[in-house]
Ligand binder design. Structure first.
Ligand SMILES: [Cu+2]
Length: 157
C-alpha cells in the first residue's frame, strides 16, 4: 500500500513536470534582450522606454499594451514625419514576427511613460508589463540611464 501511494506520488510529480515542460516554452516565446528608460530632470513628468524583444516562438505576436506602476499612463508610440516635422504618434501595437527582433529606440518606436508617479533616479529599475495579442504577458525591469544606450544614430532628415 505504501508503495502504491509512493508510485502515485511519483506519477503526480512526473505529470507536473511534463506539464511544465509543455508550458514553459510557450511562456518564454518573447524574450527581453536589453533596454532602458531615459532619465529626465525631476521637473519633466514624462519619459520613454526603449528595449529589444526577440520572438523565439514560431508564430507572429503583437505587442498590444504596456502598463507600468511607474506612470499614470503608458502608450506605444512611433515617430512619423509630417509636413517636414518629426512627431510622435500613438499606435495600437507593434508586430513581432517569428525569429525576429523588435527594436524600440530613440529614433523610432518607443514606450511613452506619461505622468511619472515619482521622479526617476538613475540606476533605478522600472517595471513594465508587456501584453501580447495571444495572451502572453512579459514582466520586465528596465534600468534608468542618463543617455540612451543605442542612441548612436540620431535621426536627421
Ligand atoms: Cu512618445
Amino acid at each position: 500500500m505504501e508503495f502504491m501511494t509512493l508510485s502515485l506520488k511519483i506519477k503526480q510529480v512526473f505529470a507536473a513536470f511534463c506539464i511544465s515542460l509543455f508550458t514553459l516554452p510557450a511562456l518564454a516565446d518573447i524574450a527581453l534582450l536589453d533596454g532602458h528608460v531615459r532619465a529626465m530632470p525631476p521637473s519633466v513628468p514624462n519619459t520613454a522606454a526603449y528595449f529589444r524583444l526577440a520572438n523565439q516562438g514560431d508564430k507572429p505576436v503583437r505587442l498590444i499594451n504596456v502598463t507600468s506602476t511607474a506612470a499614470k499612463d503608458t502608450q506605444i508610440h512611433t515617430i512619423i514625419e509630417q509636413d517636414g516635422l518629426v512627431k510622435m504618434k500613438r499606435i495600437s501595437g507593434l508586430d513581432l514576427m517569428p525569429s525576429e527582433t523588435l527594436v524600440l529606440n530613440a529614433g523610432g518606436d518607443h514606450i511613452m511613460l506619461l505622468g511619472l508617479t515619482e521622479p526617476l533616479v538613475i540606476g533605478q529599475q522600472v517595471p513594465l508589463q508587456l501584453q501580447f495579442d495571444d495572451g502572453q504577458q512579459l514582466d520586465i525591469l528596465l534600468p534608468v540611464t542618463a543617455i540612451a544606450v543605442d542612441d548612436g544614430h540620431q535621426h536627421h532628415h
